[in-house]
Design a protein around this ligand. Structure first.
Ligand code: C2E
Ligand code: CA
Ligand code: CA
Length: 424
């Protein structure tokens, strides 16, 4: 039983855990995403102690609600994911949701302050809504938005109800308008060479804040862009943004920085993608900066020959191909051999657990050997501690990325960070 601390679970690990729970639960699973961020507005700035005491209290209460087969995760400062095994009837879901609301209200009351805070819960069911963790999490997220916008404490995902609420429509509309207005931004997270300790480049990560919902997670935003058929357009504009911004980075005399842009599976299928990249490169002078495209292993595995052809074309244009989240996509080695990749990115879940888990450390070690055997660079992501860094150096990893060095930063802050860190 977790008494006070419930550590943050990052998105990748959360997705994997939910997939595991889906596979494990004999009949069905309900995923609750619980947003208790209401408390943040009231207290956290004035009194972080109150937030901490609220958090440890609520974690304890929620843990008590969970049976042995259920799982509780903290997925944001005040956001929890709860996977309830074999719960799918409306009555059971309703009971569980109401219980969570009561626990929340109790934890607020225990603080003994004259304020009220609200909780919102989004719920999606597996297998009805999806048996894929990614999709289930997205739908629970949509239900959470519906809960917020209807001001009901909880909302069970229903496509039609979401439409009637016009929430989805609103978000789609907003995302569409955001894409038209290029109203998103790219944050940059540095990649550091482990042999020289210097910055070798950065990964561009998409950020978007909606007027009505605040900041929206990139995976949700991207899923909506895909739903409304505008993902390619978004990819194109973020490619040009990235290349333009890279040309504004301070320059060191002895090295050029590279930039990595994430490409989703759909954009990879876009027949124009190679031309788009080529023209962006010619406009923004990509010669000075190595452009690398990151594609998840999962996206590569599901697609076939046409993908390989595009990847070969990009590679022949001198663009780096990086296989993202490597180790999670179950690719066969024969497949892997055909991908003209220049880089492997070890999934952050392995990095996270490699110090305690011999299994995860062996996976990291194996991926590093595999990459080198195939003449690829290997990047470890999600590096958060000096101990992890030391271990990665020992294992012969080339490059590292993670909060230990820096969080993803907006362009101007990234330029300042670069000057301060890499120009000594
Ligand atoms: P990803 O490509 O695997 O990106 C790495 C994620 O890990 C980022 O989350 C980053 O902020 C986070 N991260 C970096 N260092 C650490 C660390 O030390 N610890 C932990 N716990 N997390 C760390 P973010 O920015 O929320 O992005 C989530 C996912 O959304 C990305 O996963 C990527 O799949 C997708 N995404 C983001 N931007 C884009 C984009 O421009 N295009 C496409 N297609 N997908 C994107
Ligand atoms: Ca990536
Ligand atoms: Ca990744």
């Amino acid at each position: 039983m977790i008494s006070q601390e419930l550590n943050l679970t990052d998105a990748v690990v959360f997705r994997r855990e939910v997939q595991l729970q889906i596979t494990r639960s004999a009949e069905s699973l309900s995923l609750f995403i619980v947003d208790m961020g209401g408390i943040k507005k009231i207290f956290s700035r004035k009194n972080p102690e109150i937030s901490r005491s609220f958090l440890s209290n609520i974690a304890r209460l929620l843990q008590r609600l969970c049976r042995e087969q259920d799982r509780l995760y903290r997925i944001g400062d005040f956001t929890f994911g709860i996977a309830l095994a074999d719960v799918s009837s409306d009555v059971h879901i309703q009971l569980a949701a109401e219980k969570i609301v009561r626990l929340h209200d109790t934890a607020i009351r225990d603080l003994d302050v004259p304020y009220k805070a609200k909780v919102f819960i989004g719920i999606a069911k597996s297998p009805e809504d999806s048996a894929e963790a990614h999709e289930l999490i997205r739908k629970a997220g949509v239900a959470l938005e519906a809960s917020r916008s209807s001001d009901d404490p909880y909302f069970v995902y229903r496509p039609d109800a979401v439409e009637t609420l016009s929430l989805k429509w609103n978000l789609q509309e907003e995302v569409g308008a955001g894409i038209t207005a290029r109203d998103f931004s790219l944050y940059y997270q540095p990649k550091i060479s482990l042999s020289t300790g210097r910055v070798v480049g950065a990964e561009a990560l998409l950020r978007w804040a909606s007027d009505s919902h605040g900041s929206v997670r990139p995976d949700i935003f991207i899923a909506i862009a895909r739903e409304i058929g505008r993902m390619n357009e978004l990819t194109q504009s973020l490619l040009t943004t990235a290349l333009r911004q890279v040309s504004e980075w301070p320059r060191r005399e002895d090295a050029d920085y590279g930039v990595s842009v994430n490409l989703d599976a759909d954009s990879l299928k876009d027949p124009d993608i190679a031309d788009v990249i080529e023209s962006s490169l010619s406009i923004w002078g990509g010669n000075d900066h190595q452009l690398t495209i990151e594609i998840t292993e999962a996206a590569l595995v599901t697609e076939s020959d046409s993908n390989f052809a595009i990847l070969h074309k990009l590679r022949s244009m001198g663009i780096g191909i990086s296989i993202d989240d490597f180790g999670t996509g179950y690719s066969a080695l024969s497949y892997f051999k055909r991908i003209p990749a220049s880089e492997l990115k070890i999934d952050q879940a392995f990095v996270k657990h490699m110090l305690e888990s011999d299994g995860d450390r062996s996976i990291v070690e194996t991926i590093i050997e595999l990459a080198h055997r195939f003449d690829m660079q290997v990047v470890a992501e999600g590096v958060e501690t000096a101990e992890q860094l030391e271990m990665l150096k020992k294992l012969g990893c080339d490059t590292a990325q993670g909060f230990y060095f820096s969080e993803p930063l907006p362009q101007d802050e990234y330029c300042r960070w670069l000057k301060k860190t890499d120009f000594a």
